[in-house]
Design a protein around this ligand. Sequence first.
Ligand code: FUL
Length: 698
Amino acid sequence: MNKICKNIVLIAVLNFCVVNAQNYDGPEPYGPLPTERQLAWHNMEYYGFIHFNMNTFTNMEWGIGSENPAQFNPTQLDARQWAKIIKEAGMKGVIITAKHHDGFCLWPSKYTEHSVKNSPWKNGKGDVLKDLSEACAEYGLKMGVYLSPWDRNHADYGKPEYVTYFHNQLRELLTNYGDIFEVWFDGANGGSGYYGGANETRKIDNKTYYEWDKAIEIVRELQPNAVIFGDGGPDVRWVGNEEGWANETNWSLLERNKVYPGYPKYKELLSGHENGTHWVPAECDVSIRPGWYYHPSEDSQVRSLEHLVNIYYESVGRNASLLLNLPVDDRGLVHEKDTEQLMKLKRQIDKDFANNVAKDIKVSATNVRGDHSEFAAYNVNDGHEKSYWTTDNGVTTASITLSFDKPTEVNRILLQEYIALGQRVYEFTVEAKINGIWKLIDTQTTIGVKRILSFDLIEASEIRVNITGSKAEPIISNIELYRAPNLLTKPIINRDKNGMISMEVADKNIGIYYTLDGSEPLENSQKYEEPFNVNKPTTIKAISYNPENGEKTAVKEIYFDISKKDWQVLNGRAGNFKDAYRIIDDNPKSSWTSEASNTPNEVIIDLGKSYPLQGFTYMPVQGRWPVGIISEYEFLTSKDKTTWSTAATGEFANIKNNPIEQTVMFKRAKARYIKLKGVKIIDDDKRLSIGEIGVITK
Ligand code: FUL
């Protein structure tokens, strides 16, 4: 080889080495990055919220501030029970309402008398925060505190003195109860209150009044590892709803300086800001019941399994964390019904993610940074959180393919970006090779710390993820694939005014089988395919059946009397009675409430023809703030709507606390017209409300 040739070879080798050396370096971070404390918080993923405080004893959601500490009196308070349940539910921590807007403190703060120290609980010697911190230590949970900035009790609220008080309390909470993982500052600020007896409205400036810089400094000083939650962070942001879901497109980024407590454009928080200046990921807060606090009337309204599963997928599965609230009851315990649903959720999620079929299967990518093993495709399914697949500098679109040994069933994909270096991906697709042909499964936007997609069950030989848009080289640390079982839930059965019966279940792969003759339904009974008519008194019994494993639910039984197709509300006074048809539409969720001037407090219904009546049903208004519920009634019947006879009178016992359907039987009477009178209304309200009226003819 002559000298020139030798030099060319040398230059080529050197060049190769330079290129390789450059590519061998890890990718540069891109955009705002999470801090160490935020990274630790991302790992929390699913944790509990406990709303337990004065409101638990006054049956309120927002106390006024004038409550008497003597009202706080749990009889069986057991923070270990809370911690045990939370741990068993698979949660990693718990945040407690140390102080809510009414100002009552669950710990014996030395700065106020408005606390547990003046309550009968443990003769004023108790400290809920201490109990909980000990229980958390015992069960291996992290603890967080909710400290409401707004304080409707404090006489100085609105003045600088209160801000000092607020900061002092923050110090107490962050000093005396061990490690705190999150400090929760609520967005509700200012307004009317007791304020030491002033009973007035006090407005403050959310942005400046609380001296947030100082509050943040206190947290950093005393609990450097804690994240601070607020509408706009600074560390963790509210997701913009209290329903437990983030948008599919969800950036952990925020133009943080724009967002403040009470930010009016809070809907933006559902997605964050694609070009945000800071890392401020979303937390989805939601209660397991309609209310944040315990109300006996909501014992029948604990969220269904399908709802909770949805919440999980739409929070944890959409680059957010899930903060699920358990309203501890007035005994001081997590209610049995809440525990039951919580554990159902845990079992379902465990089943869904039981077996990662992508683990250690063959993976290849269209581009690997420097062709180096450190960045190779197989890092996405090696089980190591910190290893990842990434691409050469400037390569922002690429595909990664996972290949099974043999066609495999899947219906979930879980993807994770290596967020320590920033959130990057803004568009991707998932394809599956089914019987040798590539099929598009989904087109999506962001990934973030975790993205879970559900799709119809397929049997695929390969799965391909195409990163079609990324702000910088995509960095994917993890891909998992699952074959989740069908979601088996009891059928929901409805009838409309015309007598049409419809049935539904959460998962379309689950079959519904039913009987109309009172016999027990089995998987070979009549299969529900489409709505059908039931006008006569009938008991429907139905089960849900999972064909993939033969599992079935307990029987759902529901009785329908005559259908209401010919019924009419006769009071007929426009305005007031305009919506009264809702009480005979066979939809217990729709309701009618009269105007206050409605006298007499009664409704008259024409059944269309005469029936032998033996009883009636009254479904009170459902929902969170019902008014006009009847507590004492008179029920009358008539053949001609002129002469009425009383069929029954009485009380709907405990209907305020437990607003479920009431059934009253009486001596058989033939009649075409019925009248329900509200003799006494809950809270002496002037209005009358009805969710649904029915009759019993059998
Ligand atoms: C809200 C508060 O006003 C509610 O009472 C509850 O604490 C919820 C978690 O945050 O903004």
